[in-house]
Design a protein around this ligand. Structure first.
Ligand SMILES: Nc1nc2c(ncn2[C@@H]2O[C@H](COP(=O)(O)OP(=O)(O)OP(=O)(O)O)[C@@H](O)[C@H]2O)c(=O)[nH]1
Ligand SMILES: [Mg+2]
Length: 361
């Protein structure tokens, strides 16, 4: 299943610039608040140079990248949950995402209007978090009406869900995210049904001044104390770099002294945030492909990512670490060396594994 990430933040924070950079999709970025009025979804390839090497040694026909979907929504302002501004309408669009990227303005370009007329990343973060909490509270109360009715029949799952919702509502009323409330075993679908925004993992993206790549201390501390992660990028530079071809972009990065693509960092952090690992499939004259999987899952789950039929008919898997395959120079040599292993369905996948599943159709 593809991974979905929602981008939130204040108007003019730099969300669409980041989105454009991520996609080169050309979503409109302009210097006035509320540029984004339709939700934009972009499918972003997760480039991985390990797969390029694997593809080369096995003689793959092409490379097919794993993707992440990013949803760009309109900026949120104080009062958004009750319909202020345009953002509220779009919160619904990101209820079904797996994680949130929270873009916060930390650059000081006077040419860019700030809705509050000042640059204060921590205050902006708190504004957005308050809106997410209030939007969740409304949603949770609405859901409670329905679940409480079901719970009266004594149905176990509904009773458990009602108890859970009560706790969630108490947390939200106290201004805290829903993240901390453990989902009961009896109602495993409760969190998904609520679609709580504040239960999702968060990556803060500090949109910093050109030439800087440090997360402002206040943002870093906030992220650390909320179990979140943070990266610094310049949305504007990334958007400009995305317009260039790879060679020119590399040259410009050199001049600016930014080593790695900010976008690569955002994507990597998103993987870490969601505790995902990458694995690969590759064969001669066939596409080499990257996939992702929750860390700790098995070869059987990996098979399911590739195709449900492959999972259903799972017999065994041939597995090798990507670098062992590259070192050997191909499957045949790896088999001779004994680095290509036979594994069963319960084998726990490692980041960078190359897998080939034998299955009965
Ligand atoms: N100097 C500077 N300007 C930026 C940066 N990122 C974005 N901008 C500018 O800020 C303005 C708003 O950027 P957008 O990316 O459209 O902001 P947004 O968060 O999508 O705004 P809304 O859709 O209105 O909520 C544009 O003029 C951008 O060029 C940055 O890193 N540095
Ligand atoms: Mg925008």
């Amino acid at each position: 299943m593809s991974t979905r990430i929602g981008i939130v933040g204040m108007p003019n924070a730099g969300k669409s610039s980041l989105f454009n950079a991520l996609t080169k999709a050309g979503a409109e970025a302009a210097n006035y608040p509320f540029t984004t009025i339709e939700p934009n979804v972009a499918v972003v390839p997760v480039r991985d140079e390990r797969l390029e090497q694997v593809a080369a040694v096995v003689g793959a026909s092409e490379i097919v990248w794993d993707t992440i979907d990013f949803h760009d929504i309109a900026g949120l302002v104080a009062g958004a949950h009750s319909g202020e501004g345009l953002g509220n309408k779009f919160l619904a669009n990101i209820r079904e995402t797996h994680a949130i990227v929270h873009v916060v303005r930390a650059h000081h370009d006077d040419g860019v209007v700030h809705p509050e007329g000042r640059v204060d990343p921590l205050a902006d973060i708190e504004t957005i978090e308050t809106e997410l909490v209030l939007a969740d509270l409304e949603q949770a109360e609405r859901r409670m009406d329905r679940v409480a009715r079901q719970a009266r029949s004594g149905e176990r799952a509904a009773v458990a869900e009602e108890r859970w919702l009560r706790e969630v509502i108490a947390e939200l009323q106290a201004g805290r995210p829903a993240r901390g409330v453990v989902v009961p075993e009896e109602a495993p679908g409760a969190a998904r049904d609520l679609g709580s925004l504040t239960a999702k993992p968060v990556l803060f993206v500090a949109n910093v001044d050109e030439g800087s790549d440090e997360v402002p201390t206040a943002v870093a501390e906030h992220a650390a104390s909320h179990g979140a992660r943070a990266v610094a990028i310049s949305s504007r530079i990334e958007a400009e770099l995305a317009e260039l071809d790879d060679e020119d972009a590399a040259a410009m990065r050199g001049e600016l002294g930014v080593s790695e693509s900010g976008l690569a960092r955002v994507v990597r952090e998103a993987f870490t945030l969601l505790r995902l690992i990458a694995f690969f499939t590759a064969g001669e004259a066939k596409p080499a492909q990257s996939w992702h999987l929750r860390d700790g899952l098995t070869a059987w789950h990996a098979a399911g990512e590739i195709h449900t039929d492959i999972q259903k008919g799972f017999v065994r898997a041939e597995v090798i670490g990507w670098s062992e395959l590259v070192d050997a120079g191909g499957y045949a040599a790896a088999r001779d060396r004994g680095t290509l292993r036979i594994e069963g369905r319960d084998y726990t996948m490692s980041d960078g594994d190359v897998i080939s599943v034998k299955f009965t159709p």
